[in-house]
Design a protein around this ligand. Structure first.
Ligand SMILES: [Zn+2]
Length: 163
């Protein structure tokens, strides 16, 4: 079993990588990947994290840690900046909920020699962050951090409509 451990003592996150295909998991986020052993990013705090094999450490080491169980592919997507699975729900219903608030911060950069701005992310009043990517038809929101409550609310509302 591959473990990815956050180096921040304030965060205390450990990811247990679930692997149906061990060889593929090792290529994506294991000893055969370019992240091994210490080029990982923690999915919770975006800080540095280290890869370990479960047999190499005393299981008691991680008592009191926040344990995330992710598929190898989900961990890989997180390392690519796409966030955790629940952060990838960027449907219109979720956006409606998030966008009810005021914008607190705008992330990105000015485009030299123009009056244009390249928008990378927006941070809302409650700290929710929306990440933008380019597509041929407009900006695509591909990640919403801290959106679990919104997703849940949308799911609840959906259930109430049915009931
Ligand atoms: Zn962390």
């Amino acid at each position: 079993m591959i473990l990815i451990v956050c180096t921040s003592l304030a965060c205390r996150t450990v990811v247990r990588v679930m692997a149906a295909d061990l060889l593929q998991a090792e290529m994506l986020v294991g000893p055969s990947s370019s992240y091994w052993p210490n080029k990982f990013t923690c999915p919770t705090c975006d800080g540095a994290a280290t890869g370990l094999l479960e047999g190499e450490v005393d299981p008691n080491t991680f008592k009191g840690f926040n344990v995330l169980e992710l598929e190898a592919e989900e961990m890989f997507r997180s390392l690519q900046g796409l966030g955790l699975p629940e952060e990838q729900d960027c449907r219109l219903e979720v956006l409606h909920e998030v966008m009810r608030q005021k914008i607190k911060l705008i992330g990105g950069h000015s485009i030299g020699g123009t009056k244009r701005f390249c928008l990378e992310w927006l941070e809302m009043e409650d700290g929710t962050k929306l990440y933008f990517g380019a597509s041929s038809h407009g900006a695509t929101i591909y990640r919403i951090v801290n959106n679990t409550s919104y997703t849940n609310r949308v799911l609840q509302e959906g259930k109430q409509d049915v009931g």
